[in-house]
Design a protein around this ligand. Structure first.
Ligand SMILES: Cc1cc2nc3c(=O)[nH]c(=O)nc-3n(C[C@H](O)[C@H](O)[C@H](O)COP(=O)(O)OP(=O)(O)OC[C@H]3O[C@@H](n4cnc5c(N)ncnc54)[C@H](O)[C@@H]3O)c2cc1C
Length: 291
């Protein structure tokens, strides 16, 4: 594993905002993971794990941390049991399994990696199916050792997992995920995937955004409804726009800054009566998540 210095982070995220990582490494083996963990520990700096960056936005300037990107992408299938590396692109997993008559179509259209999906328990919305539905175990490197957590130990709920609440500075690195995936006719699975992708392309923007900014309310009310009712749909701060297609999606229309993003989040929160919790991961210059 090579540790690089001062690497730009904006190109590694879908929203294309952010400064540079003081230290950056790509991890493909278990040994890389152990070395990265040791590096962060010895330097006493935060370690930030990045999948495809579809839900993460970094602050401008230098992020004083080791940012690692997980590149391991192996998929193993045995009957209905599927083992996928955390760096596997979720869409690749969904499509690969569909060809074999294994149905993960409920997760079609969600950008990012399997690791990112497990971290945030990705799914189609508060009433939809989330990835935890399929999880058997998750193997992580945490506290300097390899551990395999059962589904219960992962404490999944709507957009939540135990991994989101691990004490800083060095969070667990998710490495291998074992799923149980039900069988169905490949053609039917493909049809559902196509239908879901079409639905998304009509309802959501998918360029220079990090997906939903805020979580839905505990009663299931989607955040976009509240933002739209507050009259903010389509409004702009700098180059940061509240999408006019879907009011819970923020778009970088050019060279939006992290500050534009924070101001937009504050503006939305000030305009909506209900408390709004962030779904996106915003990482400050100190390497910590902003909530
Ligand atoms: C157009 C669009 C549509 C979207 N629609 C949905 C949707 O319908 N449902 C939904 O749930 N999400 C949606 N999202 C958000 C995003 O796709 C998910 O959150 C996805 O799971 C993020 O995966 P990622 O690999 O890009 O994670 P990243 O953004 O890279 O990381 C997200 C968080 O997970 C952590 N993480 C990632 N990999 C690991 C790992 N291996 N070990 C430890 N921690 C890790 C990171 O530290 C970070 O805190 C959407 C995003 C976009 C851009």
């Amino acid at each position: 594993m090579t540790i690089q210095e001062n690497i730009p982070l904006a190109p590694k995220t879908t929203m294309r905002i952010g400064g540079t990582a003081r230290h950056f490494a790509e991890l493909t083996t278990k040994q890389d993971v152990e070395e990265a963990w040791k590096f962060a520990k010895e330097k006493n700096i935060p370690l930030i794990v990045l999948g495809a960056g579809a839900n993460t936005v970094f602050a401008d300037g230098t992020i004083e941390a080791l940012v690692v990107r997980i590149l391991a992408q192996e998929i193993e299938v045995s009957g209905n049991t599927v083992r996928a590396d955390a760096g596997t692109i979720l869409a690749t997993l969904v499509a690969t399994l569909a060809k074999r008559g294994l149905d993960l179509s409920t997760l079609a259209g969600i950008p990012g990696t399997v690791g990112g999906a497990i971290f945030g328990n990705a799914g189609q919305g508060p009433q939809g199916v989330w990835i935890d539905h399929y999880v058997q175990t998750v193997t992580v490197f945490a506290g300097g050792e390899w551990k395999t957590l059962s589904k219960d130990e992962c404490r999944f709920s709507y957009r939540e997992s135990v991994f989101k609440h691990w004490p800083p500075p060095v969070p667990p690195i998710l490495w291998k995920i074992t799923l149980t995936v039900p069988s169905r006719a490949a053609d039917d699975i493909e049809k559902d995937i196509t239908m879901l992708l079409r639905k998304r392309s009509v309802a959501q923007p998918n360029f220079r955004t990090a997906g939903s900014c805020f979580k839905a309310q505990p009663d299931g009310t989607p955040a976009w409804k509240l933002i739209e009712a507050a009259g903010l749909k389509g409004s702009k701060i700098g180059d940061l726009q509240i999408s006019d297609k879907h009011a819970n999606f923020l778009i970088n229309t050019g060279s939006a800054s992290f500050d534009d993003l924070l101001k937009t989040v504050e503006k939305v929160r000030a305009s909506v009566t209900q408390p709004l919790h962030l779904e996106m991961r915003l990482i400050g210059q100190d390497g910590r998540a902003i909530s």
